[in-house]
Design a protein around this ligand. Structure first.
Ligand SMILES: [Zn+2]
Length: 288
């Protein structure tokens, strides 16, 4: 094909395609790039994000501490439906305000902003499986605010409390002072039991200072050091303790060890922050 024809074909494809801007991980940096905007088909739809949060999981990905492959991050946020495939249900019509559950319950192939391109772009194609299985949820317009980005981590906290609900907890120990940790100490009295005793262990002095400035009820805030372990040891053998480990995953095992070593009483632990499989394999090898 001649250069002239090739040039014409390129210009034609530029004219036919739509483009949108995206924050793309590229060569260890994040850059603004133009991406082609594909039309949704069948159960697919596209959304235009309004607010998208950046949580510690995203920061771990940016620092190369996780190997999630998506070049575009963003799994917490609200958006408007921008275009729909022909099979999309009527409650997700054009213009509907929605939030997205980034995690499919049974299909690991859909993890928004992890292995599927996320919300840090002007236009996001949502795959059919996410639409069909109810991961795109219509919202009332009262949620049209930046704080709606907390819906997803709050849902994770509520689910964790649901799993702890039959433990008759009287004490909650939270490791971690990121978004999840802070939401948990603020939500516990409502979702677990009124008047619950809360111990909140922090990673840094700065985090502790922040918590003391923006107090959350009766939570005892302390650093996760000797003072923290002394506080944990002060719980009686009769205490019924729920432990939420909401730290970055490379800190999970150390916190788990601290909880098991220092907390007496009836204990139930939720590893909300996940774990590094490699570390667990290593522990298994060491112990076997
Ligand atoms: Zn997150």
């Amino acid at each position: 094909m001649s250069c002239w024809r090739r040039g014409c074909r390129y210009l034609w494809s530029l004219a036919m395609n739509q483009w949108h801007r995206a924050l793309v991980r590229h060569d260890g940096k994040v850059v603004v790039m133009n991406r082609s905007t594909r039309k949704p088909e069948g159960y697919e739809l596209t959304v235009s994000p309004i607010y998208a949060g950046l949580c510690r999981t995203d920061i771990q990905m940016l620092r190369g501490l996780r190997d999630d492959p998506s070049p575009i991050l963003g799994h917490e946020g609200i958006a408007r439906v921008a275009e729909v495939g022909k099979d999309v249900p009527a409650n997700l019509a054009l213009g509907t305000l929605v939030c997205l559950n980034p995690t499919h319950r049974s299909d690991p192939a859909f993890l928004l902003g992890h292995n599927v391109e996320g919300l840090l772009q002007e236009n996001v194609l949502i795959p059919a499986i996410a639409v069909r299985d109810g991961l795109v949820m219509p919202l009332s317009t009262v949620h049209h605010s930046a704080t709606a980005t907390l819906l997803e981590p709050l849902a994770a906290v509520d689910y964790a409390f649901e799993l702890l609900s039959d433990h008759n907890t009287d004490t909650l120990v939270v490791f971690g002072d990121g978004v999840i940790g802070h939401l948990a100490v603020r939500d516990a009295a409502d979702k677990l039991v009124a008047g619950i005793r809360i111990q909140h262990l922090h990673h840094t002095e700065q985090g502790l200072a922040w918590s003391r400035r923006y107090e959350a009820g009766a939570a005892q805030c302390i650093l996760n050091n000797a003072a923290g372990t002394a506080l944990l040891s002060s719980l009686s053998e009769g205490a019924r303790v729920a432990v939420l480990i909401a730290t970055p995953r490379n800190a999970t095992l150390a916190c788990l060890e601290t909880a098991l070593r220092y907390i007496r009483g009836e204990i139930r632990i939720n590893l909300l922050g996940g774990y590094q499989q490699m570390l667990l394999r290593l522990c298994y090898l060491v112990s076997s």
